[in-house]
Design a protein around this ligand. Sequence first.
Ligand SMILES: CC(C)(COP(=O)(O)OP(=O)(O)OC[C@H]1O[C@@H](n2cnc3c(N)ncnc32)[C@H](O)[C@@H]1OP(=O)(O)O)[C@@H](O)C(=O)NCCC(=O)NCCS
Length: 173
Amino acid sequence: MSILVRNETVEDLNQVREVLIQAFDNREDEALLVERIRRAPEFVPELSIIAQSSDGEIIGHLLISEALVIEGDKQHTVLVLAPLAVKPSHQKSGVGTLLMEEGLRRSHELGYAAVMLIGHPSYYPRFGFKPGRVYGLELKQYDVPDDVFMVCELNGLNGVTGELRYPESFEGV
Ligand SMILES: CC(C)(COP(=O)(O)OP(=O)(O)OC[C@H]1O[C@@H](n2cnc3c(N)ncnc32)[C@H](O)[C@@H]1OP(=O)(O)O)[C@@H](O)C(=O)NCCC(=O)NCCS
Protein backbone atom coordinates (compact mmCIF):
# COMPACT_ATOMS: atom_id res chain seq x y z
CA MET A 1 0.00 0.00 0.00
CA SER A 2 1.43 3.38 -0.91
CA ILE A 3 1.28 5.94 1.86
CA LEU A 4 1.44 9.69 1.50
CA VAL A 5 3.00 11.66 4.34
CA ARG A 6 2.05 15.32 4.21
CA ASN A 7 1.08 18.40 6.17
CA GLU A 8 -2.23 18.38 7.98
CA THR A 9 -4.85 20.72 6.44
CA VAL A 10 -8.13 22.09 7.82
CA GLU A 11 -10.05 19.50 5.78
CA ASP A 12 -8.25 16.72 7.68
CA LEU A 13 -9.20 17.76 11.20
CA ASN A 14 -12.18 15.43 11.71
CA GLN A 15 -10.28 12.42 10.41
CA VAL A 16 -7.24 13.27 12.54
CA ARG A 17 -9.49 13.40 15.60
CA GLU A 18 -10.76 9.93 14.72
CA VAL A 19 -7.20 8.59 14.35
CA LEU A 20 -6.30 9.95 17.79
CA ILE A 21 -9.39 8.57 19.49
CA GLN A 22 -8.97 5.12 17.93
CA ALA A 23 -5.22 4.93 18.63
CA PHE A 24 -5.64 5.91 22.28
CA ASP A 25 -8.26 3.33 23.31
CA ASN A 26 -11.27 5.51 22.50
CA ARG A 27 -10.12 8.23 24.93
CA GLU A 28 -10.59 11.81 23.89
CA ASP A 29 -7.63 13.25 25.86
CA GLU A 30 -5.03 13.19 23.08
CA ALA A 31 -7.49 14.62 20.52
CA LEU A 32 -8.24 17.48 22.93
CA LEU A 33 -4.51 17.99 23.54
CA VAL A 34 -3.91 18.36 19.80
CA GLU A 35 -6.83 20.80 19.54
CA ARG A 36 -5.37 22.94 22.35
CA ILE A 37 -1.88 22.95 20.82
CA ARG A 38 -3.24 23.98 17.39
CA ARG A 39 -4.63 27.17 18.99
CA ALA A 40 -1.50 27.90 21.07
CA PRO A 41 1.68 29.86 20.26
CA GLU A 42 3.79 26.68 20.43
CA PHE A 43 2.03 25.25 17.36
CA VAL A 44 4.30 24.83 14.31
CA PRO A 45 2.03 24.16 11.28
CA GLU A 46 4.76 22.31 9.32
CA LEU A 47 5.09 19.86 12.23
CA SER A 48 1.48 18.64 12.26
CA ILE A 49 1.86 15.76 9.84
CA ILE A 50 -0.51 13.09 8.61
CA ALA A 51 -0.18 9.73 6.86
CA GLN A 52 -2.81 8.97 4.22
CA SER A 53 -3.47 5.69 2.47
CA SER A 54 -3.97 5.50 -1.30
CA ASP A 55 -7.77 5.42 -0.84
CA GLY A 56 -7.65 8.79 0.93
CA GLU A 57 -8.11 7.53 4.49
CA ILE A 58 -6.01 9.28 7.14
CA ILE A 59 -4.31 6.51 9.11
CA GLY A 60 -1.72 8.32 11.19
CA HIS A 61 -0.85 11.66 12.74
CA LEU A 62 2.21 13.19 14.38
CA LEU A 63 2.41 16.49 16.22
CA ILE A 64 5.65 18.19 17.22
CA SER A 65 5.45 21.59 18.92
CA GLU A 66 7.59 24.09 20.81
CA ALA A 67 8.51 23.98 24.49
CA LEU A 68 11.16 25.58 26.69
CA VAL A 69 14.22 24.33 28.47
CA ILE A 70 14.86 26.46 31.54
CA GLU A 71 18.50 26.87 32.53
CA GLY A 72 18.80 29.29 35.44
CA ASP A 73 17.52 32.61 34.12
CA LYS A 74 17.89 31.49 30.49
CA GLN A 75 15.20 29.92 28.30
CA HIS A 76 15.90 27.79 25.24
CA THR A 77 13.23 26.90 22.67
CA VAL A 78 13.17 23.21 21.79
CA LEU A 79 10.55 20.83 20.39
CA VAL A 80 8.39 18.22 22.08
CA LEU A 81 6.86 15.30 20.25
CA ALA A 82 3.33 14.33 21.26
CA PRO A 83 1.22 12.64 20.32
CA LEU A 84 2.10 10.06 17.68
CA ALA A 85 -0.88 7.96 16.63
CA VAL A 86 -1.56 5.28 14.04
CA LYS A 87 -5.01 3.71 13.58
CA PRO A 88 -5.03 0.25 15.20
CA SER A 89 -6.02 -1.29 11.84
CA HIS A 90 -2.76 0.02 10.31
CA GLN A 91 -0.28 -0.39 13.15
CA LYS A 92 2.98 -2.36 12.84
CA SER A 93 3.27 -1.75 9.12
CA GLY A 94 5.74 1.11 9.20
CA VAL A 95 3.36 4.08 9.30
CA GLY A 96 4.68 5.33 12.66
CA THR A 97 8.21 5.10 11.29
CA LEU A 98 7.33 7.14 8.19
CA LEU A 99 5.77 9.86 10.37
CA MET A 100 8.72 9.90 12.78
CA GLU A 101 11.29 10.13 9.98
CA GLU A 102 9.43 12.98 8.26
CA GLY A 103 8.82 14.82 11.55
CA LEU A 104 12.48 14.65 12.54
CA ARG A 105 13.63 15.63 9.04
CA ARG A 106 11.40 18.71 9.06
CA SER A 107 12.36 19.64 12.63
CA HIS A 108 16.03 19.48 11.66
CA GLU A 109 15.44 21.54 8.53
CA LEU A 110 13.61 24.20 10.56
CA GLY A 111 16.79 24.59 12.61
CA TYR A 112 15.63 23.41 16.04
CA ALA A 113 18.26 22.12 18.47
CA ALA A 114 16.44 19.00 19.67
CA VAL A 115 13.17 17.11 19.99
CA MET A 116 12.15 15.73 23.40
CA LEU A 117 9.42 13.33 24.44
CA ILE A 118 7.96 11.06 27.03
CA GLY A 119 7.60 7.68 25.39
CA HIS A 120 8.29 4.01 25.26
CA PRO A 121 12.05 3.30 25.65
CA SER A 122 11.77 0.33 23.28
CA TYR A 123 10.32 2.39 20.40
CA TYR A 124 12.05 5.77 20.18
CA PRO A 125 15.80 4.94 20.46
CA ARG A 126 15.66 3.54 16.89
CA PHE A 127 15.08 7.13 15.71
CA GLY A 128 18.07 8.49 17.63
CA PHE A 129 16.45 9.29 20.98
CA LYS A 130 18.55 8.92 24.14
CA PRO A 131 17.63 9.39 27.79
CA GLY A 132 17.51 13.09 28.75
CA ARG A 133 20.09 12.55 31.48
CA VAL A 134 22.72 11.85 28.77
CA TYR A 135 22.46 15.55 27.93
CA GLY A 136 22.05 16.77 31.50
CA LEU A 137 18.36 17.50 30.84
CA GLU A 138 15.67 17.01 33.45
CA LEU A 139 11.91 16.64 33.52
CA LYS A 140 10.28 17.44 36.86
CA GLN A 141 6.79 18.31 35.66
CA TYR A 142 5.69 14.69 35.29
CA ASP A 143 6.37 11.88 37.70
CA VAL A 144 7.61 9.35 35.15
CA PRO A 145 10.46 6.80 35.16
CA ASP A 146 13.80 8.30 34.22
CA ASP A 147 14.25 6.34 30.97
CA VAL A 148 10.97 7.43 29.32
CA PHE A 149 12.10 11.07 29.05
CA MET A 150 14.12 11.05 25.84
CA VAL A 151 15.92 13.52 23.63
CA CYS A 152 16.93 13.49 19.96
CA GLU A 153 19.58 16.04 19.09
CA LEU A 154 18.97 17.68 15.70
CA ASN A 155 21.13 20.73 15.10
CA GLY A 156 22.95 20.28 18.40
CA LEU A 157 22.12 21.29 21.94
CA ASN A 158 25.52 22.98 22.19
CA GLY A 159 25.72 22.50 25.91
CA VAL A 160 22.11 23.49 26.67
CA THR A 161 21.11 21.78 29.90
CA GLY A 162 18.27 22.38 32.34
CA GLU A 163 14.66 21.49 32.87
CA LEU A 164 12.15 20.85 30.11
CA ARG A 165 8.82 22.58 30.68
CA TYR A 166 5.83 21.50 28.65
CA PRO A 167 3.49 24.41 27.79
CA GLU A 168 0.07 24.99 29.37
CA SER A 169 -1.70 22.99 26.62
CA PHE A 170 -0.30 19.83 28.25
CA GLU A 171 -1.75 20.54 31.70
CA GLY A 172 -3.86 17.64 32.93
CA VAL A 173 -2.51 15.20 30.33
C1 LIG B 1 3.27 3.59 18.81
C2 LIG B 1 2.69 3.67 17.38
C3 LIG B 1 2.58 5.11 16.96
C4 LIG B 1 3.67 2.93 16.45
O1 LIG B 1 3.21 3.06 15.13
P1 LIG B 1 3.31 1.83 14.12
O2 LIG B 1 2.92 2.32 12.77
O3 LIG B 1 2.56 0.68 14.67
O4 LIG B 1 4.88 1.55 14.21
P2 LIG B 1 5.83 0.96 13.09
O5 LIG B 1 5.10 -0.02 12.25
O6 LIG B 1 6.56 2.05 12.39
O7 LIG B 1 6.89 0.24 14.01
C5 LIG B 1 6.55 -0.99 14.57
C6 LIG B 1 7.45 -1.23 15.74
O8 LIG B 1 7.00 -0.46 16.84
C7 LIG B 1 6.79 -1.27 17.97
N1 LIG B 1 5.69 -0.70 18.74
C8 LIG B 1 4.46 -0.43 18.32
N2 LIG B 1 3.73 0.08 19.33
C9 LIG B 1 4.55 0.14 20.41
C10 LIG B 1 4.40 0.57 21.75
N3 LIG B 1 3.23 1.05 22.21
N4 LIG B 1 5.45 0.49 22.57
C11 LIG B 1 6.63 0.00 22.13
N5 LIG B 1 6.83 -0.43 20.87
C12 LIG B 1 5.81 -0.35 20.02
C13 LIG B 1 6.45 -2.61 17.39
O9 LIG B 1 6.67 -3.64 18.31
C14 LIG B 1 7.40 -2.68 16.20
O10 LIG B 1 8.69 -3.01 16.67
P3 LIG B 1 9.71 -3.86 15.78
O11 LIG B 1 9.97 -3.02 14.56
O12 LIG B 1 10.90 -4.01 16.65
O13 LIG B 1 8.97 -5.11 15.45
C15 LIG B 1 1.29 2.98 17.27
O14 LIG B 1 1.40 1.66 17.69
C16 LIG B 1 0.19 3.69 18.06
O15 LIG B 1 -0.47 4.60 17.55
N6 LIG B 1 -0.02 3.26 19.30
C17 LIG B 1 -1.07 3.81 20.15
C18 LIG B 1 -0.78 5.22 20.54
C19 LIG B 1 0.56 5.38 21.21
O16 LIG B 1 0.91 4.64 22.13
N7 LIG B 1 1.34 6.39 20.75
C20 LIG B 1 2.68 6.64 21.23
C21 LIG B 1 2.71 7.47 22.44
S1 LIG B 1 2.45 9.21 22.12
